[in-house]
Design a protein around this ligand. Structure first.
Ligand code: GCV
Length: 615
């Protein structure tokens, strides 16, 4: 009897171990303990590479070789059973590539491949939809941080900004810095540097200076001393990310100083330690109040181009507004020529159904690279979608966006389909019947989202603050106009859309000539951005001869049909390929997504119909 109970216990324990709750991400290799790894080099990073291969590689022997003749980056070469790299991080990336079954030479396009966490010190996450922060101050779960580091290393991410850009000054106090050091020590062997978002007014807010004026000597001194303290604890600390004079955050503008004055003061403090400043261009409503919001970043930063220290990088969101499901690229990337640029993408789906909707973001990011060449960029940052939820991202398919971000940060030439295929095989199964269907489904998911949320270039018609559902009638007089949906669609009985052509705000003129001409002319403007750039009569004839109003109805309806296809495919055809828990959890979310898509269609068409049918 006793034996039966015991073996039952062992059996259920084993089943529990195998429970597919998504925590293993795309790293679900089974231990085979077969490979022997030979290497003359040694470092904590190489030990991890060795251990990964010895545990999971299904071949006999692997040699890891540091090769000083290779290009000075994080790349690697896999030839036969030898992985060579210039840096030990390259050997680790090579080890993960070999485990994925990839061979040959591979070098990262961007040297800076960073996650930006919008995690607050109290454990909450701004725009986080997967539970609380994994960075639990003063009670760190070291294993969780190690798992996080391993997942990042497996896709080549080499930096983490640990805290929200709306930053608490407290992060720079000694007790917190000691905790940051603990995290940095865990991430380091995985090739990941730690960075911090800082509050520009920190010295004053902490009561240590009377002002935060960047040209004040005591302020500059405070930052120099702080930099020294940080680097003593964390010698390879990456640097600061700064949101200044934006959405209520303090900045140099509070003292009539420029962004360059502010960034340079911080850059000087970090320079002796090789640290960098990533200064965000997401600004509106301050110096250029009243100007079309999408123009304000260029208006603010173009005159400063060339005035920044060489360790300052300007970090700009992919689009000029705010992470909408479809935006044209930000014209900053055409206008800032003398200062290095980084692009900020958003992995967390603030305006794309958060962790409730299956929306694969790689096609959207690829669209950005169709217009902005990676060679123009020094780095890439992704606002993370990671939290303490067991499956890390809230939705099993949101893991694909973390994965895709890392893979594109390494190689933006990869197709979104290739990345989806890789991820599906690693995360679920390599059964072609599943992978082929799901690749199609993932690829269409972003376009579906655009259609049911913002067809034909409509934008920012999201519910106030939480940005989840539709609110096309949104207008509250006490809020800034730029937060109100009606400001963006401007629907009336004649027309709809925002005129940003030369007859309107002339935002089109901020683009390089060929693109400016294309967007400015209603005939050549792509129809999927029509209402972003033009004010268009309801009776306007689209390229296929239908009216604008007919097309708008068609697009909303098509968005819903696409989600119906996604939901029915998963519900009726995918069940046999996926474990019960993950199948059910995705199924429930797809049912919600379908309901939400219908709500978007109905609310928006009812609202716009009031105007459109008054012709
Ligand atoms: C971190 C948008 C978001 C804010 C975010 C801000 C930014 O406005 O809604 O939550 O703040 O962008 O990127 O700074």
């Amino acid at each position: 009897m006793k034996r039966i109970v015991w073996s039952f216990f062992i059996l259920t324990a084993a089943m529990a171990l195998q429970a597919e709750d998504g925590h293993q991400l795309w790293l679900r290799y089974q231990p085979v303990n077969k490979a022997k790894v030979v290497t003359e080099a040694s470092s904590p990073t190489i030990s991890i590479a060795k251990q990964e291969l010895e545990t999971y590689y299904n071949g006999e022997n692997v040699t890891l070789k540091l090769d000083a003749t290779m290009p000075d980056d994080d790349g690697y070469r896999i030839e036969g059973s030898t992985i060579s790299a210039r840096r030990d991080a390259g050997l680790l990336y090579g080890a993960f590539a070999l485990l994925r079954g990839q061979y040959g030479d591979s070098h990262p396009t961007f040297n800076l491949r960073l996650l930006n966490h919008w995690d607050n010190l109290d454990g909450s996450i701004e725009r986080g939809y997967a539970g609380e922060s994994i960075f639990e101050w003063f009670k760190l779960d070291e294993q969780l941080i190690r798992d996080y580091a391993r997942a990042n290393a497996s896709i080549g991410i080499n930096g983490s900004v640990l805290n929200n850009v709306n930053a608490s000054p407290k992060i720079l106090t000694t007790p917190y810095l000691k905790e940051v050091k603990k995290i940095a020590d865990i991430l380091r062997p995985y090739g990941i540097k730690v960075y911090l978002s800082i509050n520009f007014a920190s010295p004053m807010a902490l009561g240590e200076t009377k002002t935060a004026d960047p040209l004040n000597k005591s302020v500059a001194k405070w930052w120099q001393k702080k930099a020294k303290e940080i680097y003593k604890l964390i010698p390879d600390f990456g640097g600061f990310l700064v949101k200044a004079n934006s959405e209520g955050q303090p900045g140099p503008g509070d003292y009539n100083r420029t962004h360059a004055d502010g960034a340079n003061m911080l850059a000087d403090a970090l320079k002796p330690f090789n640290g960098i400043v990533m200064w965000r261009c997401f600004v509106y409503g301050a110096n250029h109040k009243g100007e079309d919001r999408v123009k304000q970043a260029v208006s603010e930063f173009k005159p400063l181009d060339g005035l920044f220290r060489d360790n300052v990088i300007l970090q700009t969101k992919n689009g000029p507004l705010d992470f909408q499901p479809r935006e044209p690229y930000s014209p900053i990337f055409d206008q800032i020529k003398k200062t290095p640029n980084m692009v900020e993408l958003q992995i967390t789906q603030e305006y794309l159904g958060q962790s409730r909707h299956l929306v694969y973001l790689a096609p959207m990011w690829k669209e950005f690279f169709d217009y902005v060449s990676p060679s123009q960029l020094k780095g890439i940052a992704g606002v993370a979608n990671i939290g303490k939820d067991r499956n890390w991202c809230g939705h099993h398919f949101s893991q694909a966006n973390w994965y895709a971000f890392g893979r594109l940060a390494w190689n933006p030439d990869l197709s979104s389909n290739t990345i989806a295929e890789e991820w599906l095989e690693l995360t679920f199964t390599n059964d072609k019947r599943f992978v082929d269907s799901m690749m199609r489904l993932m690829e269409m998911s972003r376009e579906a989202c655009v259609k049911y949320m913002m067809p034909l270039g409509l934008h920012h018609i999201f519910k106030f603050d939480h940005h989840y559902g539709p609110e096309p009638d949104g207008f509250i007089a006490s809020y800034p106009l730029e937060w109100c949906p009606v400001y963006y669609h401007k629907a009336n009985n004649d027309s709809i859309g925002f005129d940003r052509s030369h007859t309107g705000t002339n935002a089109t003129s901020q683009y390089r000539k060929d693109i400016a001409d294309m967007y400015d002319n209603i005939e050549t403007c792509p129809e999927d951005l029509l209402l972003w750039f033009h004010r268009v009569p309801w009776t306007y004839k689209m390229k296929d001869g239908s009216t604008l109003w007919e097309s708008l109805q068609f697009e909303y309806q098509l968005g819903v049909i696409m989600v119906e296809t996604m939901q029915t495919t998963w519900h009726y055809k995918m069940r046999n390929f996926v474990d019960e828990q993950r199948w059910r959890e995705v199924d429930e979310r797809l049912a919600d997504q379908l309901q939400n898509a219908r709500e978007w269609r109905d609310v928006c068409l009812n609202y716009f119909g009031q105007f459109a049918t008054k012709q």
